[in-house]
Write a protein that binds this ligand. Structure first.
Ligand SMILES: Nc1ncnc2c1ncn2[C@@H]1O[C@H](COP(=O)(O)OP(=O)(O)OP(=O)(O)O)[C@@H](O)[C@H]1O
Ligand SMILES: [Mg+2]
Length: 270
């Protein structure tokens, strides 16, 4: 018997590495949990899992318990109100994994099906860079309700994002929207905003694929520090309100979920 784990399952991807997928995934999960939602966070980055560090769960292994039917279940960590599972919990930190095909599929299946997720409102999945095996395998195992595409304002990031969007389309994964990360940088005490990586590409991308920009996150060292220290910026208040754009994106996702639920309740008139 199969069961839906989550009301809304969203993958966070980009095509390009290092644009902030994990940062966005972690902070959206934390921001949604702060709104009182049941949230799961699944780190599907088999090749470089960063969720354990970003969530302050480094070098820990989750408990395994038998459920009422005697089946072994992995108990996810609960941190900042979010249930967290990462392949990083099951392997040594410095080991690089070169799993392919069936092994990868099996590892992802375990993280989806053998984990005691409970009933989630949102399951946020942090994808590895690229458009390869992990995405294909996930899409075979889960009904993904949407993909959040992260890009920086750079042309190179946008070009890779296009590849990711094409892959989502081929796999019938609806596009939830684009998040622009590392947008302008405003040095402390200055009113000047510097477009470190250029401007406008996220909007160009959204327009091209008939979707919306869910939000724009400035380049802010506090966001990076939060990630390194395992204290997501969306959880704690920073002086410069660095977490605000992430909370705003979470609000948009909540509104989309409400709209979808309302649409499901609408009965055709007879
Ligand atoms: N808005 C931001 N301001 C400052 N630093 C940021 C911001 N977003 C992300 N970073 C930092 O940039 C680096 C890359 O971010 P992250 O690991 O989230 O990217 P990624 O796309 O998940 O990378 P990978 O492709 O390796 O999985 C991290 O050190 C992170 O803390
Ligand atoms: Mg990452």
């Amino acid at each position: 018997m199969s069961r839906r784990i989550s009301q809304t399952t969203l993958a966070v991807g980009s095509g390009k590495g290092g644009v902030g997928k994990s940062t966005v995934a972690v902070n959206l999960a934390v921001a949604l949990a702060a709104e009182g939602r049941e949230v799961g966070l699944l780190d599907a980055d088999i090749y470089g899992p960063s969720i354990p560090i970003m969530m302050g769960l480094r070098r820990l292994s989750p408990r395994i318990e038998k459920d009422s039917s005697g089946t072994e279940r992995v108990i996810p960590f609960s941190k900042f109100g979010v249930k967290v599972i990462s392949i990083g919990f099951f392997m040594e930190e410095a080991r690089s994994v070169t799993w392919r095909g069936p092994m990868l599929h099996g590892a992802l299946q375990k993280m989806i099906c053998d984990v005691q997720w409970g009933d989630l409102d949102f399951l946020i999945i942090d994808l590895p860079p690229g458009t390869g095996d992990a995405l294909i395998s996930l899409s075979q195992q889960l009904a993904l309700d949407g993909a959040v595409v992260v890009t920086t304002p750079q042309t190179v990031a946008m070009l890779d994002a296009i590849k990711a969007i094409n892959a989502f389309e081929q796999l019938d994964i609806p596009l939830t929207g684009v998040v622009e990360n590392m947008a302008g940088f405003k040095p402390p005490g200055s009113d000047e905003v510097y477009a470190l990586f250029g401007e406008g590409k996220a909007h160009e991308l959204a327009q091209r694929f008939d979707t919306k920009v869910l939000g724009s996150i400035p380049f802010n060292p506090a966001i990076g520090v939060g990630g390194d220290e395992g204290l997501p910026i969306a959880f704690h208040e920073s002086e410069d309100m660095a977490g605000e754009p992430l909370h705003n994106i979470a609000q948009t996702l909540l509104a989309q979920q409400r709209k979808r639920a309302a649409a499901l309740l609408t009965c055709p008139s007879t």
